[in-house]
Write a new protein. Structure first.
Length: 421
């Protein structure tokens, strides 16, 4: 029986959430897209990964509602809406509109928002989101290719996205503990506040928040605030503790690394990895002119046991030029399609291990590989686990890395963690 039904707005976000929930040892099932079949063999924690972070609002809302229906049919009574720890959204949404639609469907009068992820340097204080020591709008997120974040204040970001009132439960309320936080939420509810941003700067805050909010019909946030939920549900007696970690299947070591993220961290990771590994840079202008042919020809000459890298990862200035020439969505899609086609070609050439960087990129790659369900394995870095799946009847391992996650040596670390299991 499913205890918590989760909907994630992108694929790396979904593996991040599934990985943190799975730290508890409880079974977590991750489905890529809304399953076509009715729920069966469901896990206590079901995560549905969508690719709706930058979709038009109506489309994102409709998809999330369908996911909610499926999760209800799986027996879930509590739900979690997972978005990025850097609150990535366009001016229109989709964080607020989806939350509001899910609240309507669940008859919820209030929900909470907490994208904090202290292990990865995301903290919220007085409603302002920090990335490391920088306010969000001064962090590299200001240059994101699809969702540049130019304000750090979560209430200001959220208010235009929702019809209900937005308020704050600040760190002082959180620091006073679960009961004080509950009292603050009730006080805000009495004032008609439906959308409550909650401050958190450290893991202890997340435990307090999860404890205070665990019975809300809908919680929303990054992955970290959901991490304490399995243990709390076991304590409440609504969930039995059953450790069931997925085991790595036997796989040939043929590997491909695909990077479509342009985040500062991925840029550093690509730079470090390409010193020793064979690597091929995908350039938007070249793709437009000559198509994918030259990249496929390069791939055909590679020894996949050397884990070659394809990357479109580029500096903000290069991204800007390509966006001006082709349009933001158009160039994003062109590159996602290219990386998806290269993933298919690598699979045909025998690759069974896939390291993918970037949420949108991961969505494109997993869709191209026809992956519909993933088991969560060993964590490589906070929020980035290995996952195991099937593609065309073959077992494969995939890691889907959020743009900003992992250290400089992530790609090599990922290969080592898989080898060591
Ligand atoms: N050189 C480039 N020029 C323009 N757009 C690019 C370039 N390289 C990648 N892109 C596009 O930028 C987008 C990057 O988004 P993606 O979600 O994959 O990474 P991310 O946002 O860093 O990761 P996450 O969502 O996990 O934080 C994709 O649509 C990708 O196709
Ligand atoms: O929360 C995060 O930062 C990540 O899980 C993510 O959503 C990346 O797209």
């Amino acid at each position: 029986m499913t205890v918590l039904g989760c909907i994630a707005d992108d694929f790396t976000g979904a593996t991040d959430l599934a990985g943190l929930l799975a730290r508890s040892g409880v079974r977590v099932s991750l489905r890529m897209g809304i399953p076509e079949e009715e729920p069966s063999d469901t896990a206590p924690f079901e995560v549905i990964a969508l690719k709706c972070r930058t979709a038009p609002v109506d489309e994102a809302v409709a998809q999330c509602r369908m996911a909610l229906d499926w999760l209800k049919r799986a027996g879930a009574q509590r739900f979690f809406w997972k978005y990025c720890s850097t609150f990535d959204s366009t001016a229109e949404g989709n964080i607020g509109p989806v939350a509001e639609a899910l609240m309507d469907d669940l008859g919820a009068s209030q929900t909470m928002y907490c994208p904090a992820f202290p292990e990865n340097g995301r903290a919220i204080f007085m409603g302002n989101l920090f990335v490391g020591e920088l306010p969000l709008a001064e962090s590299p997120m200001k240059d994101h290719p699809l969702t540049p974040m130019r304000d750090s204040n979560l209430m200001r970001l959220l208010a235009p996205q929702v019809t209900g009132q937005v308020g704050l439960a600040n760190r002082l309320a959180v620091a006073r503990g679960t009961e004080a936080l509950r009292a603050r939420l009730t006080e805000l509810q009495d004032q008609g506040v439906a959308h409550v941003v909650i401050d958190a700067v450290a893991d202890e805050d997340l435990y307090t928040i999860a404890e205070a909010c665990r019975d809300m019909p809908l919680m929303t946030g990054g992955s970290a605030v959901a991490m304490p939920l399995p243990a709390l549900y076991v304590r409440d007696g609504v969930l039995a503790a059953d450790a069931e970690r997925a085991v790595r299947p036997d796989l040939p070591n043929k590997t491909i690394v695909l990077s479509g993220s342009c985040s500062a961290m991925t840029r550093a990771q690509v730079c470090e990895y390409s010193v020793n590994a064979p690597s091929y840079r995908l350039d938007a202008f070249d793709l437009d002119k000559r198509g994918i042919g030259p990249a496929l020809a390069w791939l055909a000459k590679q020894d996949l046991s050397q884990a070659p890298l394809f990357y479109a990862t580029a500096e903000p200035e290069t991204v800007r030029k390509a966006q001006e020439a082709f349009g933001v969505a158009e160039v994003g899609e062109m590159i996602e399609n290219a990386l998806a086609e290269l993933a298919q070609a690598a699979f045909s050439a025998g690759a069974r291990r896939f390291v993918v960087a970037g949420g949108e990129t991961s969505g494109a790659v997993t869709q191209a590989l026809g992956v519909t369900r993933l088991d969560i394995g060993q964590e490589i870095a906070p929020g980035v686990p290995w996952t195991y799946a099937e593609s065309d009847g073959e077992k494969i391992a995939l890691t889907l890395k959020s743009g900003n996650f992992g250290k400089e040596g992530f790609f090599a670390d990922a290969l080592k963690v898989l080898e060591d299991q």
